[in-house]
Write a new protein. Structure first.
Length: 346
């Protein structure tokens, strides 16, 4: 539109057969407003239609005819990573925000995240806490994951726990264009595209922080990629974790290639199996289950906690997966004198 201000924020929303949620998602974007202490900058919305076969493309064209801030890209179906990169390629904003068609955003989200980045020049990405939009009883695992993620706000916590799982909610983020220019956009492969991006950027030194505000409802639909896309299956996540964890350990573990592993259970062994294929070696597994102590796993002994070397004399991977187990072990490590440089969550 002639005379319209250039957008400061570009909201990128890839869609594939997402017609049921489009109207509500777009209405939420047009309802964005300034916060009392944070003006809303000019913004545009780029919806990338990834070859939809439902009513979505026609709905988007009709919406674009009514709203000049909406730009629609129609592409053949090639997957979310390529759709996102197509949106990045045409975005005009200096801040790039994500949104999904099945989520609901707070009316001050864009204003508050832009203010967050404005106030912290060294920050590359702003995320927010999210509300779980689903049945917390039927989806206990996902609800637990959302609660865990919401607890990671400080840059140090996000960086430290990035190998456990994706530390920020993808549709809640806003990041600087500079980050894409320095470290690249989304990779297309057999892995979750968002977690791969965060791991790659954090490995390169990106700084990410989460506002302690609930500015998005992360709705748990059956079609959500984390449920329906094979790239989010456990084996794909384990391979991705191993790639970046091995690189970090090779660079920063003074006892490389050896690590001590908290947790000798089946799930921990499965999660870490790809790590051993990348040259990392378990010195021993530490467990509290007397039935496991004395056994051998991957040619390494299973030992009690008392056998763990003193602080400063080993690098530990906390690989416990049962709800609350990793947190209990973290408290035990702290009480026993192990500091942040002694161990990582994996």
């Amino acid at each position: 539109m002639p005379g319209a201000p250039s957008p400061v924020i570009s909201v990128i929303m890839p869609v594939y057969n997402a017609a049921p949620g489009l109207t509500a998602a777009l209405d939420g974007l047009w309802a964005q407003r300034s916060a009392p202490d944070a003006p809303l900058p000019p913004f545009e919305v780029i919806v990338v239609d990834d070859g939809s076969t439902d009513a979505g493309p026609a709905m988007l064209e009709a919406a674009a005819a009514r709203e000049a801030r909406l730009r629609v890209l129609h592409r053949p179906h090639q997957g979310i990573a390529r759709a996102l990169n197509a949106g990045l390629a045409v975005a005009r904003g200096v801040y790039l925000a994500r949104m999904d068609a099945d989520d609901t955003l707070h009316p001050e989200r864009l204003a508050r995240q832009a203010a967050h980045l404005n106030s912290a020049p060294a920050l590359h990405l702003s995320a927010t806490r999210v509300r779980f939009g689903g049945d917390a009883l039927k989806a206990r695992g996902f609800a637990h994951f959302v609660n865990w993620q919401n607890g990671l706000c400080a840059p140090e916590a996000i960086a430290r726990q990035r190998f456990r799982d994706t530390p920020v909610c993808h549709p809640s983020v806003m990041f600087r264009r500079e980050a894409v220019e320095r470290w690249g956009g989304y990779a297309d492969g057999d892995f979750p595209e968002d977690w791969e991006l965060w791991l790659r950027w954090l490995d390169a030194g990106a700084r990410m922080e989460k506002l302690p505000l609930y500015l998005l409802s992360w709705n748990d639909s059956p079609a959500r990629a984390t449920r329906a896309d094979a790239r989010y299956r456990a084996t794909a996540c384990n391979e991705l974790r191993a790639l970046w964890l091995a690189r970090a350990l090779a660079r920063a573990n003074p006892f490389h290639p050896h690590v001590w592993v908290l947790g000798a259970g089946r799930m921990a062994r499965r999660r870490l199996a790809p790590l051993w294929r990348r040259g990392i070696r378990p010195a021993a597994y530490i467990d509290i289950d007397p039935r496991k102590i004395g056994n051998r796993v991957n040619n390494a002994p299973v030992l009690p906690r008392a056998a763990l070397p003193k602080p400063g004399r080993c690098r530990i991977l906390n690989a416990l997966t049962a709800h609350g187990a990793a947190e209990e072990a973290a408290r035990w490590l702290q009480s026993a004198g192990y500091g942040p440089d002694d161990w990582l969550l994996a």
